[in-house]
Design a protein around this ligand. Structure first.
Ligand code: NAP
Length: 253
């Protein structure tokens, strides 16, 4: 895959899990990286890891539910590096694990606000900047749960399905602008998000979730990072509006 030297990337939720690994992967391929997160400690640790490895990065505290903050995030990239080539809209939360009948409406709204509205808030300034430059590549982090249902996760599933509609629409609006917009749909990936749902710490639950994938295991953040970087690369120049599974055969059954 071609190098990302002289390219600039932003990664939301870059302080943990898939976002952290993808920010590091962008930097290893030569990009300068803006790490955006509500988690200051995590975001700064990602920047430190990139700098320790000889890369270039900076942290910007960003809550993706705030449109001014996401605009500020893009401004940081442009002020520091003069452009924005890649954006990985990855920040997300799991939300409650409960049936619709018990789901608190405020909690449901929070999941939609972070996982769906948050990506819309990112797309607006990212696409504006990329259009002004004449090109760029955006990847939104959806999920296998953007393509099929999962009992007791209605807020998450609804947001991740909506994210695929948003991705396709953004791709159509930008077919001739040079800005490609795609999504990744990971299976269950071993990150702190899964820990918080007890999936990785409870051996029984872990075995059950692993068994939902044809490959009978969880995925790694690196496997998602590699797919995101491919979608951003020139090798994916005719790929837009795609929902790329990184899911070990979860959807094949
Ligand atoms: P993670 O380790 O929890 O990382 C998510 C990061 O996003 C955290 O640093 C989190 O901060 C941050 N964040 C949360 N709300 C935010 C907000 N409003 N604004 C900015 N940053 C915010 O989770 P992950 O597993 O890497 O998940 C990353 C993305 O992948 C999510 O969109 C998730 O839905 C998607 N995904 C994950 C899996 C999986 O199995 N892990 C599968 C498919 C898709 P705090 O820790 O402070 O909340």
């Amino acid at each position: 895959m071609g190098s990302f030297i002289d390219r600039v990337a932003v990664v939301t939720g870059g302080g943990s899990g898939i976002g952290e690994t993808t920010a590091i992967e962008f930097a290893e391929r030569g990009a300068s990286v803006v790490v955006a997160d509500v988690d200051i400690e995590g975001g700064e640790a990602t920047v430190e890891a990139i700098e320790d490895a000889g890369g270039d990065a900076r942290f910007v505290e960003t809550d993706v539910t705030d449109p001014e903050a996401t605009r500020g995030m893009v401004d940081v990239a442009v002020d520091a590096y003069g452009r924005l080539d890649f954006a990985f809209n990855n920040a997300g939360i799991g939300g409650a694990q409960t049936p619709i009948t018990d789901y608190d409406p405020d909690d449901w709204q929070t999941v939609i606000d972070v996982n769906l509205v948050g990506v819309f808030n990112c797309l607006k300034p990212e696409i504006e900047q990329m259009q002004a430059q004449g090109g760029g590549a955006v990847v939104n982090n959806s999920s296998i749960l953007g393509q099929v249902g999962f009992a007791s996760s209605s807020g998450y599933v609804a947001a991740k399905h909506g994210l695929l509609g948003l991705t396709k629409t953004a791709a159509l609006e930008n077919g001739e602008t040079g800005v490609r917009i795609n999504a990744v749909c990971p299976g269950f990936i071993e990150t702190p998000l899964l820990d918080s749902g007890g999936i990785t710490s409870d051996p029984e639950m872990r075995k059950q979730i692993e068994g939902l994938h044809a490959m009978n295991r969880l995925g790694t953040p690196q496997e998602v990072a590699d797919a995101v970087c491919w979608l951003c690369s020139d090798e994916a120049s005719f790929v837009t509006g795609e929902a790329l599974g990184v899911e070990g055969g979860y959807l094949s059954r």
